[in-house]
Design a protein around this ligand. Structure first.
Ligand code: SF4
Ligand code: SF4
Length: 341
């Protein structure tokens, strides 16, 4: 383990950010934290959750896939991708770091999504351990340790030092890039911080969320529950919960007329929208109850049933704080669990 005096945080960011694009959580004009490209003087925000998750860097909201240029009867097919450059994401929290494992299961499964794959290969994820979880945090319900976040390299911060440890070759390279600022040591301080964080985490209001019964074994009683109608009654179908979610991965592909051809692009979509999965024969989910049920069944039942028990939620709490009607996955899990107990 290496440690760097906290007053050298600016020098650390500069050492990394002068070399390649570096993104850190920083406050925007409205006071909200967003991953922002580092520049001299940019300060790192201490907020736990950025408004939008770190998934944007691997699965952006919009992305051009292919261009078709039409000349008479000739159609030229152009791959718009330029060589992806290496970049570093610094300050990713444990929940967002785990979301990459979930997205990998979707985008890196056969057939591999090469757009996503390229970004994953070029991105180095440096995580930052939490010390003061918010009331809306419940990552521990999914076996995530906020005090030991995953990623290529891990960072813990206290009043005096940043402590750094590498987990992958990319993490080794990151540590190498800040070698001149670092010294050995810090194991004891990290251990003390981890114990304290775990103690605090265990006392958060949602720490005891029980997910027993949310597996492939109880699919029918959960699907058929009459509670869906009541739970979804006030849902506006706004899609906010899907757009702030680090694990939501649905997208739409559309064509745009460029005048001399077609640009094919993809953009995030939401299962909460009425035209989602609309096909030639119409839409298989005609009501908001069905759409609402799909979102939560996917995260709590279908995904774990098909992925060795791994849930499609990391307990980041964004949907808890952003839904305009205060509906969220915790309320749904609590209500639905009564059906299978
Ligand atoms: S954020 Fe809330 S109101 Fe909007 S779609 Fe999601 S559950 Fe419905
Ligand atoms: S469902 Fe909600 S709590 Fe779970 S990962 Fe998505 S935004 Fe976070």
């Amino acid at each position: 383990m290496r440690k760097i005096a906290k007053e050298k945080l600016g020098a650390l960011l500069a050492a990394v950010g002068r070399d390649k694009p570096l993104y850190i959580p920083a406050l925007d004009a409205s006071g909200q934290a967003r991953f922002t490209r580092w520049h001299e003087g940019l300060e790192m925000a201490r907020a736990l959750n950025t408004v939008r998750s770190a998934k944007d860097f691997f699965f952006p909201q919009t992305e051009n896939l292919v261009d078709f240029k039409v000349k008479g009867k000739q159609i030229e097919i152009i791959d718009p991708r330029s060589e992806q450059e290496d970049f570093v994401l610094f300050g990713v929290r444990a929940c967002d770091a785990r979301s990459f494992e979930i997205l990998d299961k979707v985008f890196l499964a056969d057939p591999v999504d090469t757009y996503y794959q390229s970004r994953r290969e070029h991105g180095t994820v440096v995580t930052l351990a939490c010390t003061q979880p918010e009331e809306t945090c419940f990552c521990s319900a999914f076996g995530i340790d906020a005090a030991a976040p995953e990623g290529d390299a891990q960072v813990w911060m206290d009043e005096e030092y940043l402590y750094l440890s590498a987990r992958t070759q990319k993490g080794d390279k990151f540590l190498e890039s800040v070698r001149a600022l670092a010294e050995d040591g810090g194991e004891d301080a990290v251990q003390r911080q981890q114990e304290e964080t775990r103690r605090v985490m265990a006392k958060t209001p949602l720490a005891g969320l029980n997910l027993e019964g949310f597996d492939g074994e109880h699919l029918n009683p959960l699907f058929d529950s009459e509670k869906w109608a009541e739970l979804s009654q006030a849902c506006l179908g706004c899609g906010t919960c899907t757009f702030v979610c680090p694990t939501c991965q649905c997208y739409d592909i559309r064509d745009f007329d460029t005048g001399d051809g077609v640009r094919r692009f993809r953009c995030w979509d939401s299962c909460m929208y009425s035209d989602f999965t609309k096909m030639a024969h119409g839409n298989p989910r005609l009501t908001q109850v069905e759409r609402f049920r799909q979102r939560f069944m996917h995260k709590l039942v279908y995904f774990p049933a098909n992925n060795d028990g791994q849930y499609g939620c990391v307990g980041c709490g964004r949907c808890l704080s952003k839904c305009p009607i205060s509906m969220n996955i915790v309320k749904v899990a609590k209500e639905l669990s009564k059906e299978v107990r």
